[in-house]
Design a protein around this ligand. Structure first.
Ligand SMILES: NC(=O)c1ccc[n+]([C@@H]2O[C@H](COP(=O)([O-])OP(=O)(O)OC[C@H]3O[C@@H](n4cnc5c(N)ncnc54)[C@H](O)[C@@H]3O)[C@@H](O)[C@H]2O)c1
Length: 310
């Protein structure tokens, strides 16, 4: 049995990773300060003797007793609403937090996997985005607190690998959705579902023709599991390459919820990317991975989860 430390383990993705690694027969230590995550996300695991939940701000130095084989560093606010609200916390966890998590990996000789993001490509000038693309990021705009710390975290991860020969991995996650997202986290899917279920106006920022690609959470965590076991060290994109406009997404959600909501248009926020689509050729070849759950399947499950909570 291996011990896996998951920072940010009480968040949306972290809690699904806790579930998966417990299911695969590992011991999981979840570290979280509940800034944007919730204890209830891992409540079902708390009765499992192989699961430990520790309240810990990983931007501060921390220790973990005993051996650790794998560290998944997922702690960080992830939605624009959250990192606008917590800009300095976001920068601390993406700098000091990453440093402390890497130090833990060094001390324990553990594999280290860092949650990076498609945001490191910024408003991309290359489409779809391959891992070779260096990105088009505004280093001082409001999104920079997130984008630039993720870029820093990638650089620090590679520096630890070069300096200490650490076994590191970097996953560049594209928009992922599913149960346990917070209804108020401001991301497109929870926003639209909440508005549709309440028959409130569906707000599109811009003209709705900007595209996104949405990956269902079970697909994403399976890809991360495979990456954690691979021998690969350069970044790997994980996401669903099926691209859709926000307008198409809204029509899907409105139909699936039988909503009477009208669409209203608001000005586009600063530096909002116009298009995003992962090139997942690397993951297909290296991890034999590709998404299986189409939005037609993933959205109803997510809508049902939100419906129970509204
Ligand atoms: N969900 C996505 O579509 C997506 C896309 C790209 C990257 N990511 C990355 O995946 C990770 C998880 O994202 P998510 O969507 O689950 O977000 P989330 O906000 O649900 O989860 C983040 C978790 O980190 C915790 N956290 C924040 N600061 C912390 C600190 N200093 N110490 C300890 N815990 C802290 C939060 O309380 C929360 O539980 C993030 O690193 C994010 O950048 C997510």
């Amino acid at each position: 049995m291996k011990t896996v430390v998951i920072t940010g383990g009480a968040g949306f993705l972290g809690s699904h990773l806790c579930d998966l690694f417990i299911k695969k027969g590992h011991r999981v230590i979840c570290l979280d300060n509940f800034l944007t995550g919730k204890k209830s996300n891992v409540a079902a695991l708390e009765r499992d003797r192989h699961f430990v939940l520790v309240e810990q701000d990983v931007s501060r130095p921390f220790r973990v007793a005993g051996s650790v084989h794998l560290i998944l560093h997922f702690a960080s606010p992830a939605s624009p609403v959250d990192y606008y609200r917590y800009p300095l916390e976001t920068m601390r966890v993406g700098s000091m937090g990453t440093h402390h998590a890497l130090e833990l990996a060094r001390a324990k000789k553990a594999v280290f996997l860092m949650a990076s993001t498609s945001e490191i490509y910024g408003d991309p000038l290359v489409h779809p985005q391959t891992e070779e693309y260096w990105g088009n990021v505004n280093p001082i705009g409001p999104r920079s607190v997130y984008d630039e710390t993720k870029r820093f975290s990638e650089a620090l991860t590679m520096a630890y690998r070069r300096a200490y020969l650490l076994d590191t991995k970097i996953v560049r996650i594209f928009n992922t959705y599913g149960p346990r997202m917070r209804i108020d986290d401001g991301r497109a899917i929870p926003n639209f579902i909440a508005q549709a279920l309440k028959n409130k106006p569906l707000t599109i920022y811009g003209n709705g023709m900007q595209t996104r690609s949405f990956c269902y959470v079970s697909d994403l965590v399976e890809g991360i599991y495979r990456l954690s076991r691979s021998r690969y060290h350069d970044p790997v994109n994980l996401g669903n390459p099926r691209e859709m406009t926000l307008k198409e997404l809204i029509v899907f959600i409105r139909t699936m919820t039988n909503s009477k909501s009208k669409i209203v248009y608001k000005p586009l926020p600063k530096d909002d990317p116009k298009q995003r689509q992962p090139d997942i050729s690397r993951a297909r070849v290296l991890l034999k991975w590709q998404p299986r759950v189409a939005v037609e399947e993933g959205l109803p499950t997510t809508i049902a989860w939100f419906r129970d909570r509204i």
